[in-house]
Design a protein around this ligand. Structure first.
Ligand SMILES: Cc1ncc(COP(=O)(O)O)c(C=O)c1O
Length: 469
């Protein structure tokens, strides 16, 4: 579906777009960067030249020249009377739209499949015949699986029963369902800054006004700012990742959990707590889940990081009355979680402690290798060592991560630049580096970064042209 990018939104996304290059070139380059790293999507319609020239206080000739350059380079398709649509060159040749020619893809913070996956699927197929006499549509989840998920919360200190659990098609689906059900037009949503990019995408898809409060590597969650925003703007939802936050890997202290849960409950903001990364503990130790501090919290979980992304099994835990609303609203979007995957997930949950232990070992190796390589090859970058999670959140000092991501792409390395994790163009000097890869892959990827970082400036616009696709 085509989306319209308003002049105001484009101005916001452009951030500091001017450079030493002529204005039309700088503008075209910046729009290209936003398209390449996903902040603007292929198929989106740009504002009319007149609208953008007014929004940017530029001459219409400059905007027309920028659009013309984008057209010449294959990034824009303009049809008289129906506007200008962004596109990625090469699509029509059947290449993978966002990752043509990547030999190493660090755009996803994932880890290899847990070795027990295949056994869990074999087990699931053995059980399948017993289910074939039913219609197979399952909107809430298999009773055994819901029981096992509920038990995992009870084991973490939050007594939970199966009727508080809905099984979903991964945590992303869970977030989408929660947002579609609980959000109404005109309301606001509070997020951490930085945050998980696809959460921002979900909130944008319902047209939500998003507010942010900072999570800082040197100070944690800015509770004063969160409270101010909750009081002032009364957001209907607040999206948080208290355990091994993506991308920083940080965790909220018990005090921070208690404080935020109480503030949200007082002001009527529903906390949506994403625990997709919550069991990726390397050397932190257990902390009580956010749900321990208030009954009115929705928790999202997933086996994606612990077992395998391809399993596509996640869940929502919440108060019964909200779960009933979610159930009523679900068929508008999908008709249930696939059965074989649910059966496999039920087996895997029985192995939860050993899955978490095996993941922990592998993440420790990846984290330590990545930190060691970065300190040796990019000593000027500031790298904080997280005690869990699956990525490093690196301050690149003077290097623009948008420019770095484009230059890396030319070397076959996929990266997500910092601004994808923030709103309003924040984090241009930050890079998320996932470490759930083999030592060889980390060596290769960080080797590329070490080679190119010196040639990439601080200016997000001055990128080598050959970096395109
Ligand atoms: C914080 C966070 N939430 C949700 C997801 C999506 O999870 P799933 O693959 O279960 O849909 C991810 C995956 O990268 C994630 O990092």
């Amino acid at each position: 579906m085509n989306s319209f990018v308003t002049g105001r939104r484009l101005v916001r996304e452009l951030g500091e777009w001017r450079s030493s290059a002529p204005a039309y070139k700088a503008l075209a380059e910046r729009i290209r960067v936003l398209l390449m790293d996903g902040r603007l999507s292929s198929g989106a319609k740009l504002p009319a030249e007149r609208e953008l020239s007014q929004a940017l206080a530029l001459s219409r000739t400059t905007v027309a020249a920028a659009y013309s350059k984008l057209r010449d380079d294959g990034f824009l398709d303009s049809v008289r009377g129906s506007g200008s649509t962004l596109q990625l060159p090469g699509r029509e040749r059947g290449e993978h739209a966002l990752h043509p020619g990547l030999s190493l893809d660090f755009t996803k913070a994932t880890a290899p499949a847990y070795p027990g996956i295949q056994g869990a699927y074999a087990n699931a197929l053995e059980q399948l015949p017993a289910y074939l006499c039913h219609d197979g549509f399952d909107l809430v989840g298999l009773p055994d699986l819901r029981e096992a998920i509920a038990q995992s919360y009870t084991d973490r200190g939050v007594p939970t029963s199966a009727d508080q659990i809905m099984v979903t098609v991964g945590a992303q689906h869970a977030l989408n369902l929660v947002t579609r059900t609980l959000y109404s037009p005109g309301e606001r949503i509070l997020v951490e800054q930085p945050t998980y990019p696809h959460a921002l995408d979900t909130f944008a898809s319902v047209g939500a006004r998003v507010l942010a409060f900072p999570v800082r590597q040197d100070g944690g969650w800015d509770l004063q700012e969160a409270l101010l925003q909750i009081r002032r703007a009364a957001p209907s939802l607040a999206f948080l990742m208290p355990d091994f936050h993506n991308p920083t890997g940080m965790s909220m202290s018990i005090h921070e959990r208690e404080y935020l849960a109480a503030a949200a409950a007082r002001e009527g903001t529903v906390l949506v707590v994403d625990e997709t990364t919550a069991l990726l503990d390397i050397d932190r130790g257990p902390l009580p889940p956010m749900a321990a501090f208030s009954p009115n919290i929705l928790t999202l979980g997933s086996l994606g990081k612990l077992a395998w992304g391809g399993l596509r099994v996640g869940w929502i835990r919440g108060p019964r009355e909200i779960m009933a609303r979610l159930l009523r609203n679900r068929p508008a979007g999908d008709l249930g979680t696939p059965l074989v995957e649910q059966l496999a997930a039920t087996t895997l949950l029985q192995e939860l402690p050993s899955m978490a232990a095996s993941r922990s070992l592998d993440l420790r190796r990846g984290r330590d290798t990545a930190v060691q390589l970065l300190r040796a090859q990019l000593p000027q970058w500031q790298v904080q060592v997280p005690d869990g999670g699956i990525s490093l959140w690196i301050n690149t000092e003077s290097v623009s991560s948008s420019a770095l991501a484009l230059a890396a792409r030319a070397e076959g390395l996929g990266l997500v630049p910092g601004p994808r994790f923030g709103i309003d163009g924040a984090f241009e000097r930050y890079l998320r580096l996932p470490f759930g890869y083999s030592d060889g892959q980390l060596g290769e990827g960080i080797g590329i970064l070490g080679r190119i970082a010196g040639h990439v400036g601080s200016d997000p616009l001055r990128m080598p042209l050959q970096a395109v696709i």
